[in-house]
Each structure stands twice: as C-alpha cells, then as structure tokens.
Design a protein around this ligand. Structure first.
Ligand code: SF4
Length: 144
C-alpha cells in the first residue's frame, strides 16, 4: 500500500483556531476551519490512506470490498477491521469545543453520511465516526 508523508497531507496554509486565539496552548488539539483545506486534506486521505467507506452502514455485510481491502492492508480479518472506526481512533477529536469550532465549516455531502463529525488530528480534516482509514490507531481508554 502506497502512503504519503504527513508533510504532504498537511497544507501549509491550514488555519487553526489557535492562529486566531494565540492565548491558547500549542498542545491543545484544535480544528482547522478552512473549508477548502478541509476538502483537500480529506481527498488526500481518501486517495492515499483508504479513508472510507463513502457511504457508511452498520450492516456487517455492507461495503465488503472496502473493509476487505483495509483489512488486507493491516493483515487482519475483515471483522476486526470493521471495529476500527474513526470513532475509536487515537486521532479522533469530537470534544464539545472542537465540534463547536467545526461548525465554521459548512456541511457537505460527506457530513450527510458517516455518523457524527470529529476532527482528525492526524490529517487535519473533519472525519466521521463510522469511517476509518489506514492510519487508524487505537484510542486508549482511561479508567478513573
Ligand atoms: S481519525 Fe483516525 S481513522 Fe479517522 S481519518 Fe483520522 S487517522 Fe484515519
């Protein structure tokens, strides 16, 4: 599977909320707010990191070709791949503050499917809870 460096995914002109709010710490994960850059970064993730499926479903038989391809790239079973969702990815940020910030980006066709919005801090775009990509990493569950 061909992948491209993160430096090619990240757009140098991406605008972050932190650009407009310099008092906030650099370590805080904040969404990009530029709709064009969001679409560009999403397209790159689709093309090079198997972001998908385009039309999501909770049906365990749906989008078989997509999930089988992703599973093969990880060398795991299709069933295991189907459990690796943006929703439980280390890079998925759907905190209330980030959801509010993403409201600056108008809804588009990808928002009309795929579950809820979350900001992908790996590739700087708005992803969705029911999709996945090859860069998925397991989010650690913290117990009190
Ligand atoms: S949140 Fe994770 S799985 Fe979703 S697009 Fe970003 S890196 Fe990929």
């Amino acid at each position: 599977m061909k992948s491209i460096p993160l430096s090619r995914i990240r757009s140098p002109n991406v605008m972050r909320i932190s650009d407009a709010m310099p008092e906030m710490g650099d370590d805080e994960m904040l969404p990009a707010i530029d709709a064009e850059t969001n679409a560009q970064n999403r397209d790159l993730a689709i093309a090079h990191w198997l972001l998908g499926p385009e039309r999501t479903s909770i049906d365990p038989e749906a989008n078989a070709a997509y999930w089988q391809t992703l599973a093969a790239s990880w060398n795991i079973t299709e069933a295991e791949a189907r459990r690796r969702l943006c929703a439980n990815c280390e890079y998925y940020d759907n905190t209330p503050g980030s959801l509010e910030a993403m409201e600056a980006v108008p809804l588009d066709a990808y928002d009309m499917d795929g579950g809820g919005r979350g900001y992908c801090t790996r590739f700087d775009f708005i992803c969705h809870s029911l999709r996945s990509c090859q860069a998925w990493e397991e989010k650690e569950f913290e117990e009190d």
